[in-house]
Design a protein around this ligand. Structure first.
Ligand code: APR
Ligand code: PHB
Length: 390
């Protein structure tokens, strides 16, 4: 393997978008991914894009299919106390909208673009190890099955997700991890049925529920469930019964049910690893932080990190290294904003197993306050649609 400027670990959305943006600026890079291409494409993940993510993808020349097939959203709907549905319109409040467009599609678009530009992406790269990160001559070794290879580079971008290896190369005395694990999960299904036309979050005494979409004939629904449940415990009938019970009648009567084509139970956690840079290693996306999905921020944060990191690397090769110096602090400011917002949305909308009568009344009061205050709604809208990039 010939040497490169930037070795990128991980071919998820973060790694592939970084590779794309660097290539457009003429900065040579190689992506190393431990899974196969079809495995990565088969992962079902998030679906709501902030306005800045939409702009970033368009500016990168990746917006054509998103604009043709994505569904523009301008309203966050929250149901609670049976019939109340609070609608917060981000376009009226901020002149900005969101886009419903699945991460799976974005991943496909990134791989198609990579094929077109002749990107160097090594799939099924096993035993990826990072070397001499603090020196001017870092390198990465990996195994392709045909023997061990070494890739020498100038920078390493750790885009290898929450279970990746990059983060663990930052020494313990430098790194701080912040963790919060929530005592429940989300049971999610995909079904080939027409979705509700709106994005609807529900707080119900039996637990949280969410109605979302992928396209006009593909719906995505979630219900809060104990992490001790097994998927086999959740027949489609049980899922639909539970979902419909948790929604107000005005909405549940509009839901079209059908067989699920995918069903999974995902844990909810918040995690931040600081700093996001050590030596010539830079972390981006889930490699550095995880948020619970309630605020729809995971993919958007990955895109923001990559936007900052690509701009910093481009400036570095043009002779200005300040962006790389500031990368960790700049990215972490946005990360903590999203971590706090996602925690707040999670706390507002779920039933916690140890929720006391006091906690319950406080949660109801918080919902009433958001429903009655234009300022609180503006705060929700501005964070949900995404704060401006710094
Ligand atoms: N070596 C090489 N590749 C690895 C390694 C490793 N040791 N460990 C993990 N990877 C790969 C994974 O297989 C995965 O394809 O890194 C990739 C990381 O991709 P994601 O987990 O998708 O993370 P990221 O690109 O940061 O995307 C952000 O947004 O919606 C959220 O969590 C969701 O995936 C999403 C994320
Ligand atoms: C999704 O469509 O999968 C989705 C939407 C909103 C969220 C989380 C997930 O907050």
């Amino acid at each position: 393997m010939t040497d490169t400027r930037v070795a990128i670990i991980g071919a998820g959305p973060a790694g592939m978008l970084l590779s794309h943006l660097l290539d457009r600026a003429g900065i040579d890079n190689v992506v190393l991914e431990q899974q196969s291409r079809s495995y990565v494409l088969g992962r079902i993940r998030a679906g709501v894009l902030e306005s800045g993510t939409v702009e970033t993808l368009r500016e990168a020349g990746l917006g054509n299919r998103m604009d043709a097939e994505g569904h523009v959203h301008d309203t966050i709907n929250i149901a609670w106390r049976g019939e109340d549905v609070l609608s917060v319109n981000t376009f009226e409040l901020l002149g900005k909208t969101m886009m419903a467009y699945g991460q799976t599609r974005i991943q496909e678009d990134l791989y198609t673009a990579a094929d077109e530009r002749g990107a160097r992406v090594v799939f099924q790269a096993q035993d990826v190890q990072l070397h001499d990160i603090a020196s001017d001559h870092p390198s990465v070794t990996f195994d392709t099955g045909a023997g061990s290879e070494r890739l020498s580079c100038e920078f390493i971008a750790g885009c290898d997700g929450f279970h990746g290896v990059s983060r663990t190369h930052i020494p313990d005395h430098v790194r701080t991890d912040y963790d919060k694990v929530y005592p429940f999960g989300w049971l999610g299904i995909l079904s080939e049925t027409p979705p509700l036309p709106i994005l609807l979050y529900a707080n119900h005494e039996r637990g949280f529920a969410l109605c979302s979409m992928r396209n006009p004939m593909l719906s995505r629904y979630y219900v809060q469930a104990p992490l001790t449940d097994r998927i086999e415990d959740w027949s489609d009938d049980r899922f639909w019964d539970e979902l419909l019970t948790r929604l107000p009648e005005s909405q549940s009567s509009r839901i079209v049910t059908g067989p699920s084509i995918e069903k999974s139970l995902a844990p909810l956690r918040s995690h931040v690893s600081e700093p996001m840079r050590w030596g010539n290693l830079f972390l981006a996306g889930d490699a550095a932080h995880i948020v619970p999905p309630t605020g729809a921020k995971g993919l958007n944060l990955a895109v923001a990190d990559v936007r900052y990191l690509s701009q910093a690397l481009i400036a570095h090769y043009a002779g200005d290294g300040t962006g790389l110096e500031d990368y960790s602090a700049t990215a972490l400011r946005r990360v903590w904003g999203a971590v706090r917002f996602s925690w707040w949305m999670t706390t507002l909308l779920h039933r916690f197993p140890d929720q006391t009568a006091f906690d319950q009344r406080a949660q109801e009061q918080e919902l009433s306050y958001v429903a009655s205050s234009a300022h609180a709604q503006a705060a929700l809208a501005e964070q949900y649609v995404g704060l401006p990039y710094s």
